[in-house]
Design a protein around this ligand. Structure first.
Ligand SMILES: Cc1cc2nc3c(=O)[nH]c(=O)nc-3n(C[C@H](O)[C@H](O)[C@H](O)COP(=O)(O)OP(=O)(O)OC[C@H]3O[C@@H](n4cnc5c(N)ncnc54)[C@H](O)[C@@H]3O)c2cc1C
Length: 301
């Protein structure tokens, strides 16, 4: 199909559609080439209308804050939907239940739950993504995981039709979520416990602890690799002698070996080459295959 034809979306979307938008602006590694179409909806209805108009042949990627995403330098052929800054409603439904839209930052959920006297939601404070990304990744920290709290999710399918799905409809594991194909999260109902004693000090302590061990503030995507069963990816990378190893302007963090840092000028290709080098070196040193937690998408330059 002629790419130009599907780029011509209805005029009603023109203020929210950006063409050839650099993905480096939308990822925490600050790398990635242009997306053909980058759409930030006004709300769920606007998003559903966009999905209905998008021909089925057009590749589609939904993103949140891009904090777990390596977009290659050639960018993305197709459409990107950004929930951040759009689907931002967060409310309390009952004594222990909340509802949030997919674009709500996890840190906001953590802070608001503390205000409501609900927990344990503090772990969300250290996850610099959206609820949608946390649902897609089963993001977790400090022994907690997103899906432990999910009662029900709302999704949109490729035709823009909305469905409510139960947590039981998904196969959930460590950083793994498998549900019906071609559906994307627009929100969720989450259950916590009453925790009247919880306060913002709990969040501050967790963030302080994180700062001591992780290169917070530098351009990264958090942990690049999942932990193999019974192992720590960071320890395997460190003991293979890779701390500080550099390709272009990307290097394995000196502070936490499962982080790769963009020092400012790295290209996605440098980061991807470094990921490959780390995997090969760890496989040779330990006979263990590392798998990426980070999602790698898009076209090479
Ligand atoms: C400094 C730092 C620390 C981190 N610490 C942690 C941590 O402690 N624990 C942890 O689990 N992760 C951590 N991460 C990784 C990351 O923040 C999480 O994976 C987060 O959940 C990703 O959310 P996001 O909105 O940025 O998703 P994105 O990076 O935008 O997308 C990630 C994946 O989710 C999909 N996706 C996004 N939104 C939707 C949606 N609405 N519907 C369907 N699919 C969607 C995307 O297509 C992509 O495949 C860290 C990252 C950084 C930079």
């Amino acid at each position: 199909m002629n790419a130009q034809r599907w780029l011509e979306l209805g005029p009603e979307f023109s203020t929210r559609v950006l063409k050839n938008e650099s993905m480096a602006k939308h990822t925490s590694w600050h790398v990635g080439g242009p997306a053909d179409v980058f759409f930030t909806p006004r709300d769920v209805m606007d998003l559903a209308a966009f999905m209905r108009q998008l021909p089925p042949v057009v590749p589609l990627l939904w993103i949140g804050l891009g904090s777990n995403l390596l977009v290659r330098d050639g960018g993305i052929r197709g459409a990107v939907v950004s929930t951040h800054g759009a689907l931002g409603a967060l409310e309390r439904l009952s004594a222990t239940r909340i509802q949030a839209e997919a674009g709500v930052p996890c840190a906001r959920i953590a802070r608001q739950c503390v205000k409501w006297g609900l927990g344990p939601a503090e772990f969300f404070a250290g996850i610099p993504g959206t609820l949608g990304g946390a649902l897609a990744m089963n993001a977790g920290a400090w022994g907690e995981e997103t899906w432990r709290h999910v009662i029900e999710v709302d999704v949109l399918d490729r035709r823009g039709t909305r469905h409510a799905r139960q947590a039981a409809d998904y196969d959930i594991g460590y950083r793994k979520v498998k549900g019906p194909d071609n559906e994307w999260f627009i929100g969720a109902r989450l259950e916590f416990k009453r925790a009247p004693g919880v306060n913002t000090d709990a969040i501050r302590e967790l963030l302080d602890k994180r700062k001591q061990t992780q290169p917070i503030g530098e351009w990264s995507c958090g942990s690049v690799f999942t932990n193999p069963p019974g192992q720590h990816a960071a320890r395997l990378v460190e003991s293979a002698g890779l701390k500080g190893f550099r390709i272009g302007d990307a290097s394995v963090s000196e502070k936490h070996a499962n982080f790769i840092i963009n020092h400012g000028q790295a290209r996605a290709a440098d980061i991807e080459a470094l990921i490959l080098h780390v995997r090969q070196t760890v496989a040779a040193a330990h006979r263990i295959e590392l798998h990426t937690e980070v999602r790698i998408v898009g076209e090479p330059a």
